[in-house]
Design a protein around this ligand. Structure first.
Ligand SMILES: Nc1ncnc2c1ncn2[C@@H]1O[C@H](COP(=O)(O)OP(=O)(O)OP(=O)(O)O)[C@@H](O)[C@H]1O
Ligand code: SF4
Ligand SMILES: [Mg+2]
Length: 327
């Protein structure tokens, strides 16, 4: 892929004041990456690692504290209000909780039309309704579902409605934040396949955020592993899941209840013990050191460099090599 990336993130930081306003929560604390058009970029990490904050920043729902986010080379913050509104249609986000995303008093078809109403500011004609119906059908629902209220749908159907709604604006990039986490295991595969089909059909680009390794490894071309607001590792899916470079990735994989690559299955399972430290005061040096079985004094003193150890495959660990994580 040689084209300019659709999304470029440069040393992004998103910090929040704590409730008493005396300290700073470093939710995202120095992240850089790019995503090409048509790619699915997976982001995985434990609860509190900054995934949702990153996703919200990518679609301009939260401003960067520092650093930059470029959409097809354009910084949305540099646009005036009208241009930003038009631009924003191309960059959508879908969240885990479809109940929160859907107004319980609004019929499904109206909910699907809603973003168009906002984006066009004018009345909506028959053409818009036809498109909303098409979007419902495209995600596997019917015109009859369009007449229902959200509480008359299953969890999977509600998530399909939020997908139809995002599609109405014909976006180029969709950030998917834990979009299958609330769904029954039995229908997760169907909804993930729907995302994959829509990607092929509309040439969509995804940033797929999840705490579930089986979800990212199902759908992603490349995967980034976050810990306390930073990336620990980023690489092509096969390279990362077959032979991870970072001890945190290995620990995450061994904590997975779902099938592992065969060579990991035969090893003693590494347990991911202890709480994730506070993003108010991340550990010095390597942020993962308080939970890392391989930590040495250097890990507290020196922040590990972001090194490309295999082609396109990076990690931040002093002792990782092209062969893999330290053992
Ligand atoms: N608006 C806010 N104000 C203050 N702190 C915030 C705000 N939003 C997020 N945080 C804090 O930033 C950190 C990262 O939160 P975030 O929701 O991005 O994590 P996450 O990786 O999405 O977690 P989860 O897997 O639980 O969804 C947390 O410590 C959270 O409490
Ligand atoms: S730098 Fe040290 S503490 Fe961090 S992951 Fe590598 S070995 Fe563990
Ligand atoms: Mg989240």
């Amino acid at each position: 892929m040689t084209a300019a990336p659709l999304l470029e993130v440069r040393d992004l930081r998103v910090h929040f004041p704590t409730r008493d306003r005396r300290q700073t929560v470093k939710a995202v604390d120095g992240i850089s990456f790019h995503v090409h058009a048509g790619e699915t970029f997976g982001v995985i990490g434990e609860s509190g690692s900054g995934k949702t904050t990153l996703g919200r920043a990518l679609v301009s729902l939260v401003p960067p504290t520092s650093g930059a986010i470029l959409h097809d080379g354009v910084d949305p913050a540099s646009l005036d209000a009208d241009a930003r509104r038009a631009h924003g249609r191309d960059y959508q986000i879908i969240f885990q909780d479809s109940n929160a995303a859907l107004n319980p008093r609004m019929r499904v078809l109206e909910a699907v039309l809603e973003p168009l109403r906002y984006a066009t500011a004018g009345g909506l004609g028959a053409d818009a309704r036809r498109r909303a119906l098409e979007a419902l059908v495209r995600v596997g629902l019917t015109a009859e579902h369009g007449q229902r209220y959200p509480h008359q749908l299953s969890g999977g159907q509600k998530q399909r409605v939020t997908i139809a709604r995002a599609l109405m604006l014909r976006p180029r990039l969709i950030v998917c934040d834990e979009v299958v986490a609330a769904l029954d295991l039995s229908i997760r595969g169907d909804v993930l396949n729907l995302f994959a089909d829509l990607q092929r059909e509309f040439g969509l680009t995804y940033v797929f955020i999840t705490h579930d390794l089986s979800v990212v490894s199902h759908i992603s071309d490349r995967i980034a592993v976050t810990y306390l607001g930073r990336f620990m590792e980023l690489g092509p899916r096969a390279s990362l899941t077959d032979r991870p470079l970072h001890p945190y990735t290995r620990a995450l994989m061994s904590a997975e209840p779902l099938p592992l690559p065969s060579h990991l299955r035969t090893e003693r399972r590494i347990r991911l013990e202890g709480e994730i430290p506070s993003p108010v005061a991340p550990p010095s040096g390597c942020r993962f050191r308080t939970r890392c079985a391989h930590a040495e004094p250097r890990c507290a003193a020196e922040e590990p460099a972001w090194r490309e150890l295999r082609p396109g495959h990076f990690a931040a660990c002093h002792f990782a090599t092209a062969e893999g994580a330290p053992t």
